[in-house]
Design a protein around this ligand. Structure first.
Ligand code: GLA
Length: 734
């Protein structure tokens, strides 16, 4: 068993729990009469569990006295496992309530625990999973004796993959109703090791840029209150020891399996102690808990690596591929698609789509995706969301006819929806103005001229599901692009009682999950690609419902290097929606070689976002070659280990990353020279992840090299002459 419980470790430590993965350990102690839960250790695996000295319980001002009430300083310095609000720990807390008397303070202390094999599901929420052989779980039940509020802290240990997950279930075991005003899912207290924080920031079309920030005294946080995980910040935070590279240094990472408001924060306190927390953002959150009721907070995935960021990345990739992503396409190659968005925008009809499909099928493309504009009166982006009825003026002959024609060409058919929205100019809104999220009597804030549906309502949710399911049942549709193009504002529901209005943000997210879950169950063969104005909801929560997510509306090959580097820091390449588009690029106006656009898109799901009947003939002629490349390399890209060799964001000139098969018999490295520099004839690249003993042949070249030569002495890439030039280096065991 990877979880052990030890009794009476020392005079003060009455119990301790040691959670072990192959390379890491996590230790918790129960202290003193009041049964405080202390965090003792997380890091490289320990052989021993005797860590009594770590909690500093004999050092002033840390000393707890018999009931800990006459030395408040103890609470403000003790490394807490799940710190609560208002009783003397002034660092960032994890749980806060409002009682009927208006009080907020509480303390979550140990009362019991249980250890089981496997991992329980989290009611209504996406979560990672594993069999009884793959993981075991510890649930520690804590209680605030004053209010009777309980918190069940769940830890699951995935021993072989070096992952520990955490979540919290709050139970009102008291006699009075309380309001939960804050509930984070994980906390990590430790001494500072000159840490710097790593976070991902961005904007529309510029998602997930990597940022490193020294952790000074005070608090550094990333957060979203936009109702979705957002373009701007990402539900991820890591701290790394200064100087950490891809290979060396310690990294502690947290990633939130949730798609709504979140907060992740790292704090360095007066004693140079670090506290790192993650959970649902407390702003706008207030959950009513009647006696006997529960609230399930989402899950945090934790990774510790003492082999740098590269190891952290590969741990996340393996874990998400095997323990989060589900469904028909989990381990499968995805069909190469062509999407008509950048090809036609709203200006399309059956004829145009069939012309694109015909040309695309001749070139080897395998699926046509009809994007926004096929329904209701949707002639532009100002109207008709909610009217999920085929516009037969555009789609003459009807949807089934179009799909059948595309199928006859040997291609699959996919469709775009934005189910969570309602346009003020729609039949749906005219019939049900109260279905939009809004503050009664206040003119609502529109974004892209649309409102958000109140998915906390059962009637709205059921109607929404039926309206899209009806379309999916009407023809042989094999792919759905599920979009979400605005943020939540004007929080108000026409049906939620006043004292439950603070539940709307979270109930909305639960509604989205329920809709996608129902769709998965009724149409298990569907390939679903989530999307949100590009990549504003690229998070582990959505990955539970779709094996791939559209990474960004920016399809420029150079911009994509940064976006895909940031995305691949956590998420497997199999999940990253990436397409070749036309030039000048529609977002930045840059012109890059068609060949390079193909190399960059190969790092993701691969497809096209252009009018294949209109692009230059020489570009079109390259498509069959790119299609062949995709089929040749995709198994490796989807399943291999990812290695970052050079980052264009850091060096300003070139980018290089690779994937190596698990058996190390094959590898593919992608090199892109973004900006050429005078007088560089070649660049020496130090490959990574190879077997030092194996001998490799490089495709298209004479001779063979051992892995250790390619990794230590390196490989010379001749200057490809010019900007935006790419090259693939394909190695196979000789
Ligand atoms: C979002 C998506 C795009 C496209 C448009 C359609 O911006 O990210 O790919 O589907 O919506 O309106």
């Amino acid at each position: 068993m990877s979880i052990a419980c030890y009794e009476n470790l020392s005079e003060n430590i009455v119990k301790s729990f040691k959670l072990d993965t192959k390379n890491t350990s996590y230790v918790i102690g129960v202290v003193d009469e009041e049964q405080f839960l202390g965090h003792m250790y997380y890091g490289a695996r320990l052989n021993d569990y005797h860590l009594a000295h770590i909690l500093r319980i004999n050092e002033a001002p840390f000393v707890p006295t018999k009931n800990n009430r006459d030395r408040g300083s103890f609470l403000d310095s003790f490394p807490m496992e799940y710190p609560a609000h208002g009783l003397g720990d002034y660092r960032e807390d994890c749980i806060r309530i409002e009682t009927k008397t208006g009080n907020m303070g509480l303390s979550m202390n140990y009362i019991s625990h249980k250890i089981t094999s496997g991992k329980p599901a989290l009611a209504g929420l996406p979560a990672t999973f594993g069999t009884e052989d793959e993981c075991s779980s510890l649930e520690i039940l804590c209680e605030d004796s004053h209010t009777g509020l309980q918190a069940a802290l769940l830890y699951t240990v995935f021993e072989d993959v070096d992952i520990i997950t955490r979540s919290v279930r709050v139970i009102n075991a008291g006699k009075d109703t309380v309001y939960l005003t804050k509930v984070f899912s994980a906390c990590l207290d430790m001494d500072n090791k000159d840490f710097e924080a790593i976070s991902l920031h961005g904007s529309w079309a510029r998602e997930r840029c990597i940022q490193k920030t020294p952790v000074g005294h005070g608090k550094f946080s990333v957060e979203s209150t936009r109702g979705k995980s957002s373009h701007q910040d990402h539900p991820f935070m890591a701290i790394q020891t200064k100087g950490t590279t891809q290979e060396c240094g310690e990294v502690y990472a947290m990633n939130f399996v949730y798609s709504g408001n979140f907060k992740a924060m790292v704090q360095n306190d007066q004693f140079d102690q670090i506290r790192m927390v993650m959970g649902i953002h407390p702003d706008g959150f207030k959950w009513k808990l009647n006696p006997g009721s529960e609230f399930q907070a989402p899950e945090v995935v934790m990774v510790y690596s003492d082999e740098g960021l590269g190891k952290m990345t590969r741990t996340f990739h393996d874990f998400y591929r095997n323990h989060l992503i589900r469904g028909e396409y989990k381990d499968k190659k995805r069909p190469i698609l062509i999407n008509n968005w950048e090809a036609t925008y709203f200006d399309f009809n059956t004829e145009k789509l069939i012309a694109i499909a015909k040309q695309a099928s001749e070139l080897g493309i395998e699926m046509l995706v009809m994007d926004d504009g096929w329904f209701g009166n949707r002639c532009d982006d100002n109207r008709a969301l909610g009217d999920w009825i085929v516009n037969e003026e555009k789609i003459s002959g009807g949807l089934k006819y179009l799909v059948d024609e595309v199928n006859k060409l040997g291609m699959k058919f996919g469709i775009w929806f934005e189910p969570e929205m309602i346009s003020p100019d729609s039949d749906l809104y005219r019939a049900h103005p109260d279905w939009a999220i809004a503050i009664p009597g206040r003119v609502g804030t529109r974004s892209r001229n649309q409102y958000v549906l109140d998915l906390s309502r059962r009637d709205v949710l059921d109607y929404t599901y039926e309206s899209i399911a009806k379309i999916l049942r009407s023809a042989n549709i094999e792919y759905v692009k599920w979009d979400m193009n605005r943020e939540l504002t004007d929080l108000g529901s026409a049906v939620l009682p006043t004292d439950q209005m603070g539940e709307l943000y979270h109930r909305y997210v639960l509604g989205v999950y329920e809709l996608q879950d129902r769709m998965m169950k009724e149409f298990p063969y569907l390939l679903v690609e989530n999307c949100s104005g590009g990549g504003a909801r690229f998070d582990p929560g959505m990955l539970y419902y779709s094996p791939q997510i559209w990474s960004s509306d920016d399809t420029d090959a150079v911009e994509r290097l940064r976006i895909q580097e940031g995305t691949a820091l956590i998420y497997p390449l199999s999940a990253m929606g990436a397409h070749v588009s036309d030039c000048p690029n529609h977002t930045v106006g840059r012109v890059t070689p068609f060949e390079t656009r193909g190399y960059v898109a190969l790092a993701g799901t691969f497809g096209y976002e252009l009018d294949v009947t209109k692009i230059p003939a020489e570009d079109r002629a390259m498509i069959p070659e790119q299609v062949a490349m995709y089929h040749k390399y995709n198994d490796l890209v989807r399943e291999g280990d990812y290695y970052r060799i050079a980052s264009y964001s850091e060096n300003n000139y070139y980018d290089c990353y690779g994937v190596v098969s698990k058996d190390k018999k094959e590898a593919l490295f992608t090199f892109v020279q973004v900006i050429n520099r005078a007088n560089y004839h070649s660049r020496r690249i130090f490959l990574k992840g190879l077997d030092p003993e194996k001998r490799y042949a490089i495709e298209g070249e004479e001779g063979t090299y051992t892995g250790d030569v390619l990794m230590k002495a390196g490989y010379l890439i001749q200057n490809p002459w010019g900007d935006f030039k790419g090259r693939l280096i394909h190695l196979t065991e000789a």
